[in-house]
Write a protein that binds this ligand. Structure first.
Ligand code: RP5
Length: 164
């Protein structure tokens, strides 16, 4: 199976990024985790990205905050699909990272999830890999069904309590 590459701009992003890592691990999907910054370590970010396809990656997840150029800079150097996670900040709450990540110029796409949307980033990455992996597609469908059942159980409990 192709690997998911997870890149974050700083170790301060790890508490949120860990949710993506844990989600991938729960599906036994192979991944690598790196800290590369579009601004602080641009050469390393470019080098990793340029060789990502030949190194067995199928999709890249990039998490960055503030002037969040990481996902866009990575996408500029590969035709692998790139998923951006805008990270929250103390000053602007992540809106700056959201806009920096999502507002890509035509020709260089970044699939942007919600601010801090690490679980969805992992799920979306796996949905991309599952296009050509039927076993993974079945695992994703099973998780969706189990999530639906959990919500319906909560609904049943609320209805039983309030709808006399
Ligand atoms: C971004 O700047 C990082 O992705 C992080 O979200 C933010 C702050 O980084 P630190 O100053 O905490 O290293 O590049």
């Amino acid at each position: 199976m192709k690997k998911v590459g997870i890149i974050m701009g700083s170790d301060s992003d790890l508490p949120v990024v860990r949710k993506a890592i844990d989600t991938l691990a729960s599906f036994d999907v192979p991944y690598e985790v790196h800290i590369y910054s579009a601004h602080r370590t641009p050469v390393q970010a470019q080098s990793f990205t340029a060789s990502a396809r030949e190194n067995g990656f199928g999709v890249l997840i990039c998490a960055a905050g503030m002037a969040a150029h990481l996902a866009g800079a990575v996408a500029a150097n590969t035709t692998l699909p790139v998923i951006g996670i805008p990270m929250s900040s103390s000053n602007l709450g992540g809106m700056e990272a959201l806009l920096s990540t999502v507002q890509m110029p035509s020709g260089i796409p970044v699939a942007t999830v919600a601010i801090g949307g690490a679980v969805n980033a992992a799920l979306l990455a796996m949905e991309m890999l599952a296009i050509s992996d039927e076993a993974l597609a079945e695992k994703l469908a099973a998780k969706r069904a189990s999530d639906t059942a959990a919500v319906l159980a909560k609904n049943a409990a609320v209805e039983a309590e309030f709808n006399k």
